[in-house]
Design a protein around this ligand. Structure first.
Ligand SMILES: Cc1cc2nc3c(=O)[nH]c(=O)nc-3n(C[C@H](O)[C@H](O)[C@H](O)COP(=O)(O)O)c2cc1C
Length: 562
């Protein structure tokens, strides 16, 4: 994976290997369907009363909704559903709650649930079809097998699954696409977690399962159903409990029960997405090398860590939330990537710190905050921020250690000139440091492949992950998780940017940036070797909308609303 990672870096003297040009004739269809599977249409519109965005971030703050057709519908609408159609000069494309590199959407979603009135009388495996906002019933599961599968996961718990179709990203991005698929999976996972929280539900990835287990459970290992269609690679399954009780410390699925689920008849055949393909062998090799075996290394076992400094930060964060503000549904459905930033809008320091606090995964006795409670590995992704327009904060490069215990390691690994000075007036306990005061607009844009959006926002950032140690300690499969974590950080920033805009009545947005010059960033920060690697960039600021585009609603409301 070290070799894959190095081979897919962009350098100023040459980009990662890609197709060179876009072959529009083979552009992949962003909508997978399972033709022949029964279609269960879902409802549109939320459940009253709608929780506020601030409320959904503290587990336990929203009373759990019962599991029914309405709540399952809202769960998918607000996680993987469409949010708009855009059109320009006769071309139209859809946008979704979950963002995606190049809007290519490699991620597919699945539901495994017991009987739900209006959805199915027996437990079943469903594929989610976002264009139709519908579930496709792929497989029915006997009640006894279902009970065995879900043993120990809690009453009325259900499962969600994610898979990736690499070709959708590889069509445009070539070898680097494998990284983008993982970012997208991380974004989608955070979207699922936020949507579950809107109903007062808990969600956590079943980290013990192996990829082969997930493939069998979701039916994506069934060769015959994909004869001329692109295969889906299993990413993850997560359990969702429609209750506000914390999930058990260890989540496992009995492999024999998985075998029993996989047996029997499946319905539907996958639609081919492209008329032609280019093979990217390096992606297949990366996928194979990062396949997760069953089990979990001891070092990664779920341990809600208590760190006194982080507790202070989280207490402060809870104190920040106040009544009022936008609803979670509003934020989730209005989220968009900024395509251009005004180079003017500044944000206040307290708002900026508020955003950073939401990125901190370690919390107090109440456990990790949403969405960080969806995963259990210790945080590995830290931020190096290029601050351009934050009132009362001098422009410059700043560092946020997302694990307070890693500050010294980060300091030792980066440039000796970096001051690592705690930032005056920043919240107590937030491991946030001034490294160097400088106008870094030009550098931020250049490092992000010349993208001006990295200079024209209020701030942009590079997500620097602990890299070689976790890969060696946990195994190469952890490579994917590093990107998932980065994607989750990105999703929280997207949500926070929208929420800030709604609170200030300003057009504040965020944009994920998968395109940057990897080693040039490392050099700029003084990072050597593979101990830390840059995995993702992000920018936040005053967005300028492109008003040449026409925006249409995501669904024909009459069709699915009741
Ligand atoms: C992993 C990832 C990488 C991205 N990289 C870039 C980028 O380098 N530059 C950019 O302008 N947008 C980038 N985007 C934004 C996407 O283009 C955007 O999410 C997509 O067009 C869908 O639009 P939406 O986010 O408004 O739904 C990225 C998004 C993701 C999730």
């Amino acid at each position: 994976m070290l070799a894959y990672h190095d081979a897919t870096k962009h350098h100023p003297h040459g980009y990662a290997k890609g197709p060179g040009r876009l072959d529009w004739a083979t552009q992949p269809d962003p909508f997978r369907r399972y033709e022949g599977a029964a279609v269960v249409s879902l409802l549109l519109g939320g459940d009253e009363p709608e929780p506020l965005y601030d409320e959904i971030l503290s587990p336990g703050a929203v009373s759990p909704r019962p599991l029914n057709r309405r709540s399952i519908s809202a769960f998918f609408e607000c996680s993987l559903g469409l949010t708009a159609w855009k059109s320009y000069r006769g071309t139209s494309w859809s946008l979704r709650c979950n963002p995606s590199s190049g809007n290519l959407h490699p991620t597919e979603g699945y539901l495994l649930a017991g009987p739900i009135e209006g959805i199915g009388a027996t437990p079943a495996v469903y594929h989610y079809a976002p264009r139709e906002h519908a579930l496709e019933r792929r497989h029915e599961i006997g009640p006894a097998v279902w009970q065995r599968l879900m043993q120990g996961l809690g009453d009325s718990a259900f499962l969600v699954g994610l898979t990736s179709i690499y070709w959708r990203e590889a069509w445009k991005y070539g070898e680097r696409a494998f990284r983008y698929c993982q970012h997208d999976a991380g974004h989608a996972l955070a979207c699922l977690r936020f949507a579950a929280a809107m109903s007062g539900w808990r969600l956590r990835v079943i980290e013990e399962s192996g990829d082969a287990d997930i493939g069998r459970l979701l039916g994506v290992d069934r060769e015959g159903d994909y004869s001329d269609a692109e295969r889906e690679n299993p990413d993850l399954t997560a359990v969702v409990t429609p209750t506000d009780r914390p999930l058990p410390a260890t989540l496992t699925l009995d492999p024999d029960a998985i075998d029993a689920v996989a047996g029997g008849a499946w319905f539907g055949r996958a639609n081919p997405l492209s008329g032609g393909h280019v093979s990217w062998d390096l992606i297949d090799e990366a996928s194979e090398a990062t396949e997760k075996p069953r089990g979990l290394p001891m070092a990664m076992a779920w341990q809600p860590r208590k760190d006194r400094r982080s507790e202070v930060a989280s207490a402060h964060m809870e104190g920040e939330s106040h009544g009022g503000g936008p609803t979670a549904r509003q934020i989730v459905l209005q989220r968009r990537s900024g395509t251009d930033y005004d180079g003017e809008t500044a944000i206040t320091a307290p708002r900026f710190y508020g955003m950073l606090q939401r990125l901190m995964p370690i919390a107090a006795a109440s456990g990790r905050p949403v969405p960080w409670d969806a995963i259990s590995w210790p945080p590995t992704v830290h931020l190096f921020l290029f601050v351009h327009r934050v009132a009362d904060l001098p422009s410059g490069i700043y560092g946020l250690a997302r694990d307070a215990l890693k500050v010294e390691e980060l300091r030792a690994a980066t440039r000796k000139e970096f001051a690592w000075q705690p930032v005056k007036n920043s919240p107590a306990g937030l491991p946030f440091f001034m490294l160097m005061q400088t106008d870094c607009r030009h550098a931020a844009a250049r490092l992000s492949l010349g993208q001006e959006i990295a200079a024209d926002g209020a701030f942009s950032l590079a997500m620097i992950a602990e890299f070689e140690r976790p890969l060696r300690e946990y195994g190469p499969w952890f490579y994917r998780r590093l990107f998932w974590e980065a994607g989750m950080v990105g999703q929280v920033l997207y949500m926070e940017a929208e929420a800030l805009g709604a609170r200030c009545r300003a057009n504040i947005r965020g944009t994920g940036m998968g395109a940057y010059f990897d080693d040039w960033v490392h050099e700029t920060l003084g990072l050597e070797g593979h101990a830390f690697q840059d995995l993702y960039h992000f920018t936040v600021g005053g967005a300028v909308d492109d008003d040449r585009l026409t925006t249409l609603p995501p669904y024909d409301a009459a069709a699915t609303r009741t």
